[in-house]
Design a protein around this ligand. Sequence first.
Ligand code: 9MR
Length: 592
Amino acid sequence: MKLHVSLLCFFYLISQNIWSQDSLTGIRLDQEGFYPKAPKVAILIGKLDKSSGNLQETTTFYVIREKNSDTVFRGELSAIRKSNNSSLQTRAADFSSLSQTGIFRITVAGCCSSFPFEIREKVHHPAAVASLKAFYYQRASLKLEEVYAGKWSRSAGHPDDSVIVHPSAVSKYRKAGAVISTPGGWYDAGDYNKYIVNSGISMGTLLSAYEDFKSYFDTLQTNIPSLEKHIPDILNEILYNLRWMLSMQDPNDGGVYNKCTNASFDPMIMPDKARQMRYVVQKGTAATLDLAAVAAQAARVYKNYRKELPRLSDSCLHAAEKAWSWAQTHPALVYDQNAMNQLYTPKIITGGYGDRKFSDEWFWAASELFITTGKRNYKDSILSHMNEHFGLPSWPETGLLGYYSLLRTKVKHDSQALNDTIRSRLIRMANDYILNVQNNAFLTVMGGRRSDFVWGSNANAANQGILLLQVYVITHECSYLDAALGNLEYICGRNATGYCFITGIGSHSPMHPHHRPSVADGIEDPIPGLLAGGPNPGKQDHCHYDFHEPETAYVDSDCAYASNEIAINWNSPLVYLSNALEALQYNFMDSK
Ligand code: 9MR
């Protein structure tokens, strides 16, 4: 018995040694693994200084089968690349031609060994399901039952059935201090507030995932409670937040409040322990147009479920058109929290999401409304914004969501010129991304530019992946598909930090996200399926970081909200990317 224990310890120590990847040396790869027929790359990293010059000396790598230590592949490492985003240098191990299935490791003689990884079909299924299920764990006002939530079951918090109209939100119909009910929806992030602007892009991305891959999602099971039994899980999950968003619209005039929030952030407590007053705060143009876009898209998606949800589609369309007309009379009402706090009490110091440019929201809302209704005025609005530049989607930048929807439903909007313009713009963006891949030490689109590394950088990786998939679907060129997969691999571990950034996935993932339930529940493992923000040299949280360069500035600490928080607008593009790649393996694409 004693012998067994010490042997175990021995192996434990060895594996600790081999697996320790907190430093900036070692082998970085997708910790979930690889599809048998897809490209396969791992990256050996080291520092630029001569003292850790192992990269100069090593040339050969081996892929070893975990079960019997057989060498199944031997290859030569690429020449050294210097990173543009840190002082790291890398060499690539390409083993794309290995298509045997199983569990393997990569070793480089005299250096190191990788985490174990799998080669198999559906290899990203766990991340795909977990990233969607994560939204269930974010549900406000609901008890999470053990049958669905397992060890993360918890009591309901934030009922939000008596929410105060903040003085900034007063109207003829709702006086200051009036009480309204706006229950449910998803908590935004590591905090317990609910913000329409951020919900907008998250919902648009999830609804688009469904519209693009209907047959795949129709059968995808995530073990969540159904609001409605006969609709797919993803639509049940979206519905939970949709009903909340609709309740944030003032039915009297169509304007939408920016958020349902505390005056200040809750401490690191469980939802049911939170006692602060909740407010709906100031209506705004971005929030109202985001609701218009989401409700218009939801109106056409849920129309197919008229039997199960008889009034939903009509209510959504009504809400969307009412929001649109409110926005027409308030075309540029910025949410400026500092200015608001000069005027009203209590001061609100939770997240701002203070977008100042609205052309992209106008375009997105017009696109969704036009696709759903076919009305001429919405098409005119689309055309009036066609000369504007829209960047990669993020909470203040939603224009491309309109492009994606217009492309998806091209038959219906019947405008070849519009279609051609959108296609060529997206192809140009994707080509620019791909041009940078060979100069990036990790051979991914993510990190092609230093500016990729901002607060929520991992969402950039996922959103770039979505754009590449859109272009793959219109061109059928595999280089775009491979590049999209490369970005999922970045998220799953082929990056400078060595983390797979999705909680509960891979061998080395965040254990201490800035996420109140994960911190306060007394359970060692964080809530699974959540995407950490990722490297952000801005380090606005002023926490302790061991590494500071653009691609390394990440720390797995619950202090670090600028790199290790989680958020619904980061998880939603991960849902799209991981599920789309799973779906495309089996030709589930429904449109284009
Ligand atoms: O994701 C947001 C990021 O782009 C901003 O730079 C940052 C500061 O305003 O806020 C981030 O959003 C946070 C929001 O304000 C409150 N909930 C948590 C969000 C993620 O950190």
